[in-house]
Design a binder for this molecule. Structure first.
Ligand SMILES: Cc1cc2nc3c(=O)[nH]c(=O)nc-3n(C[C@H](O)[C@H](O)[C@H](O)COP(=O)(O)OP(=O)(O)OC[C@H]3O[C@@H](n4cnc5c(N)ncnc54)[C@H](O)[C@@H]3O)c2cc1C
Length: 287
């Protein structure tokens, strides 16, 4: 049992982890290694650095955190559950899971698929475990790559008739359910009136009753759906202490929207780290 698990090792997550660790908490950071900052060749607007590459800035933060004795795990979070009665969160990876008294979501900005926006409030979902049941006996597609897309497809395969996994990079596995069909083609468009009805490829069109987005790794938006967090568009809503509507679940950085910059991510991370530890002490009866 950890005091705090930080999901995401970009500037928001590492800043949160540094503050939580320095406040005496047992902290674990889990990070997929795809921070937006890695794409930035030169950061020239961050306090104290005339110019620094995004990669260098991240590495410095991670090293600083590790020197404090903080645990850092490279991995992809696939699911988060909360146990209200025990005041704990369960964070699941492919082959292991961890428990914590508080979590800090710092997973960066959510990813969306071009052309799906008109159907977002109809039959497009970001969470198979939340909405899969509505597609019992139906044909659905999952758009995404990697382990997360496959795990969403498997979740849907329990109830759906056919699950089209539209993926250029589907993981190779022997154990895939029979009703999952992989399509490794480029999507050229989507058709539908009020609801999404068809996915169009260069050489064929398939009919679907719904679509699930699972790009890259589980995004902050999908986690928000899994946990029942209040969102505004793709952004997780937080109070002035960076706490979401769930006690013990905090969020910071790009996933809460607003200014998408390192300085804001780091500042919010600091608040989330301090407040998460304050929360843990409170439930432990030490405050
Ligand atoms: C090209 C480019 C240039 C930029 N230039 C600047 C600039 O000059 N100045 C500036 O201030 N900002 C700049 N930014 C913005 C800045 O990079 C972001 O605002 C900042 O990185 C946000 O930090 P974050 O910690 O919230 O998210 P991120 O840095 O995106 O970190 C999120 C982390 O969460 C991890 N993650 C996500 N899902 C999972 C999962 N399911 N399991 C495990 N880990 C997961 C990712 O691997 C990632 O490491 C730039 C961004 C880009 C793309």
């Amino acid at each position: 049992m950890k005091d705090v698990i930080v999901l995401g090792g970009g500037p928001a997550g590492i800043s949160a982890a540094i503050y939580a660790k320095r406040a005496g908490a047992d902290v674990l950071v889990i990070d997929g290694g795809s921070s937006a900052l890695l794409k930035a060749k030169a950061i020239q607007n961050y306090y104290g650095f005339e110019s620094i590459s995004g990669e260098d800035l991240i590495n410095r933060g991670v090293e600083q955190y590790k020197k404090l004795g903080g645990e850092f795990l490279r991995g992809e979070v696939l699911q988060i559950k909360n146990d209200f009665d025990a005041h704990t969160y369960i964070v699941e990876l492919k082959d292991k899971s961890f428990e914590a008294k508080a979590i800090i979501l710092a997973l960066g900005a959510g990813k969306t698929v071009d052309g799906l926006a008109p159907f977002e409030n109809a039959n497009v979902s970001y969470c198979a475990i939340c909405d899969g049941f509505f597609f019992t006996g139906r044909d659905v597609c999952v758009i995404g790559d990697g382990e997360f897309a496959l795990s969403e497809a498997e979740e849907l395969a329990k109830n759906a008739k056919t699950v089209y996994l539209i993926s250029k990079n589907a993981p190779k596995t022997q154990k895939m359910s029979k009703n999952i069909k992989i399509i490794s083609k480029n999507i050229v468009g989507f058709n539908g009136k009020d609801m999404l009805e068809e996915v169009v490829f260069e050489d064929e069109t398939i009919k679907v009753d719904g679509a699930f987005v699972a790009l890259g790794s589980l995004s902050s938006f999908e986690i928000a759906k899994q946990l029942g967090l209040i969102t505004n568009g793709n952004a997780i809503e937080v109070d002035k202490n960076q706490m979401t509507n769930l006690a013990g679940a905090f969020a910071c950085g790009d996933c809460v929207g607003g200014l998408l910059q390192v300085s804001k991510a780091v500042g919010e991370g600091a608040v989330a780290g301090i407040e998460a530890v304050r929360y843990v002490k409170m439930i432990d009866g030490k405050d």
